[in-house]
Design a protein around this ligand. Structure first.
Ligand SMILES: Cc1cc2nc3c(=O)[nH]c(=O)nc-3n(C[C@H](O)[C@H](O)[C@H](O)COP(=O)(O)OP(=O)(O)OC[C@H]3O[C@@H](n4cnc5c(N)ncnc54)[C@H](O)[C@@H]3O)c2cc1C
Length: 432
């Protein structure tokens, strides 16, 4: 009988526990987390913020589900790790020994490094406590400035607007999320944001947060313009929480480095989820992949390996379903315009997958706000973006993931004005 310790009650940690229990019913499992709310849907926080779902709907597990896992739950913060002694320490002073350990600590929003960034009313969105705090502040604040170029910034802007806060959304560039969306898609989203009452400011960067006493009172831009506001919402990227692993001497880069078995440089310590920078045998690179699906997959693989079932982690094709300005949008594979970024950007601002774009031809079809964009490679579809009607999402996910040979319809797809949707659908029906 072994003792497994899992640090982090996010999807990576919980999936690891499920995987361990799928092969080992007797070993002891201790789950340690400093999140007072345990396990819940982090993507769901956006819908909680804008009032679409109540808080209780964020919780994924029932009492029964927890019972089945047979864990000991320790609420606390791990502050020390001693790989040689196979021990970790909590901020309470307690020390616990492990046979195998999983670090699934996730990532946190990068704070601003400008004057006034610590004023009361500067907000980021990482967890349920943050959402509650934002909702409280939104009750008092009348206006907010939002900065950041990805999905989380948009979710903050829309969440605040839905709570009757006047929102000014500052964009550094000329359009929204330019490294993933094409110009038309950006404009569709921007138009919808404006209809929601959000004011967009292009080519505008924050230089300083102005405070009255300790509280936010406004901002100053790099061009010297000032704006009054009560809240400043910041979503400029995330950073894996590597400090604990680094202090313990584990190999780290931007995340905690793990091999294809999710094992760190210490053989009995594994890492998964937003924290882990995972070696991908296909590309030969170690990448961050800060999305819910990969975190679940990595946690699962780590759990199997911890329990002795040797399993290689296979990085999935990027796949993300999200709502942009109320418009359901599915992003599959490579659709961006190529910047030196991480996959995290699909969700929160940065992306690595876009960096490796092969030679592709972009072809698109519009129908009101139903929009389909395909990235057609030599013989395969390397990416797709589906906005609005989602009938094609699953077929496209299957075709892109499988690397299906689309040579037979490639020319048809490239004819100007071709009916992309119908062509893809007919092809998929035959192919599957
Ligand atoms: C607002 C928001 C929207 C998102 N939307 C999407 C989306 O639409 N689609 C998508 O695919 N992904 C989305 N994501 C990303 C996705 O939620 C994450 O990739 C995923 O939750 C990562 O899971 P994880 O288990 O690695 O880390 P987390 O879920 O962050 O869990 C980490 C856990 O570790 C705990 N912890 C950290 N340090 C310590 C410590 N020292 N001691 C004890 N416990 C500690 C934390 O409290 C937490 O419980 C979103 C994220 C956010 C914040």
């Amino acid at each position: 009988m072994s003792r497994f310790i899992i640090v982090g009650s996010g999807v990576a940690g919980i999936s690891a526990i499920q995987a361990i229990r799928s092969i080992d019913q007797v070993s002891e499992i201790i789950l340690i987390s400093d999140d007072p709310h345990g396990f819940y849907s982090r993507p769901g926080l956006a819908y909680y913020l804008n009032g679409e779902v109540p808080e209780k709907q964020l919780y994924i597990f029932s009492e029964q589900d927890w019972k089945r896992l047979k864990i000991r739950y320790v609420r606390g913060r791990v502050t020390r790790l001693d790989p040689q002694a196979h021990q970790l320490g909590l901020s309470s002073g307690e020390t616990l020994a492990y046979d195998r350990l999983l670090l699934a600590l996730g990532a946190s929003a990068i704070p601003l490094d400008i004057p006034g960034a610590d004023a009361e009313g500067v907000i980021t969105l990482d967890n349920l406590e943050d959402s509650r705090r934002i909702l409280n502040l939104a009750r008092r604040g009348k206006s907010a400035v939002v900065i950041g170029g990805g999905i989380t910034a948009l979710e903050l802007a829309e969440g605040l607007a839905a709570r009757h806060v006047r929102v000014h959304y500052l964009l550094r560039g000329e359009r929204y999320w330019a490294n993933v969306l094409d110009e038309t898609e950006s404009r569709i989203i921007e138009h919808r944001l404006q209809e929601e009452g959000i004011t967009l400011h292009y080519q505008t960067e924050l230089a300083q947060i102005l405070a009255r006493g300790k509280r936010v009172a406004g901002i100053r831009t790099t061009k010297g313009k000032t704006m009054r506001c009560h809240l400043v919402a910041v979503a400029v990227g995330i950073r894996p929480r590597i400090e604990l692993a680094k202090a313990a001497g584990l190999d780290v880069d931007r995340g905690v480095l793990v091999n294809e078995y999710l094992r760190t440089s210490q053989p009995d310590i594994f890492a998964a989820g937003d924290l882990a920078q995972v070696f991908d045998p296909v590309s030969g690179r170690a990448v961050l992949d800060s999305l819910w699906g990969p975190a679940r997959g990595q946690g699962h693989t780590a759990g199997l390996n911890m329990a002795g079932q040797i399993t290689i982690y296979q990085k999935p094709i990027p796949y993300n379903v999200t709502k942009l300005a109320g418009l359901t949008t599915t992003i599959i594979g490579n659709v961006g315009s190529g910047r030196n970024d991480d996959l995290v950007s699909i969700v929160r601002g940065e992306s690595e997958a876009w960096h490796m774009l092969p030679n592709t031809i972009v072809t698109d079809e519009r129908l009101d706000v139903n929009r389909l964009r395909l990235l057609v490679g030599e013989r395969t579809l390397v990416g797709a973006l589906v906005m609005g009607n989602q009938a094609l999402s699953r077929p496209l996910q299957e075709l892109v993931t499988a690397g299906a040979d689309i040579s037979s319809i490639r020319d048809q797809l490239l004819v100007p004005g071709a009916s992309l949707g119908q062509t893809v659908l007919d092809f998929w029906k035959q192919w599957r």
